[in-house]
Design a protein. Structure first.
Length: 134
């Protein structure tokens, strides 16, 4: 926040506070994401049976990681909106109020993310329906 204060000092105190809270929240999320990946796994030596159900679960987990990695690569504003909307299931109004932006901006960002997430959705539907579309 101090690094960009020259551009933010004209905003009101509440907007600057919300902006700082979002930055802090994202830093905490990033820290947990990066540290979660290096946790020790005690049961690596267990043999896992080859079951179609297990393969399906692993495919879904890999897809979930791919979607999270996709969101991590988005610009900060779109990433925050995407996380709050898709992962936290907040409404447009809640996101707009919390981030002090217009509700139409939130809708536009969600629409852009939906377009970009379309290949992931198609892959999920393929896994879910075995290649068949309803």
């Amino acid at each position: 926040m101090l690094g960009i204060w020259a551009t933010r000092k004209w905003h009101d105190r509440v907007a600057n506070r919300q902006y700082t809270v979002v930055i802090a929240r994202n830093l905490v999320f990033d820290w947990f994401r990066s540290n979660r990946r290096i946790m020790a796994l005690d049961d690596l030596e267990e043999q896992v049976a080859d079951e179609p159900v297990l393969d399906d679960v692993l495919d879904r987990m890999a897809l979930g990681r791919a979607v999270r990695a996709f969101l991590d690569r988005q610009p900060i504003g779109r990433r925050v909106v995407g996380i709050l909307y898709f992962l936290e299931e907040w409404s447009y109004r809640e996101i707009a109020t919390k981030l002090a932006i217009e509700e139409s901006t939130v809708r536009n960002q969600v629409h852009r993310l939906r377009v970009l997430l379309k290949p992931y959705e198609d892959r999920f539907n393929e896994m879910l329906w075995g290649g068949e579309r309803k």
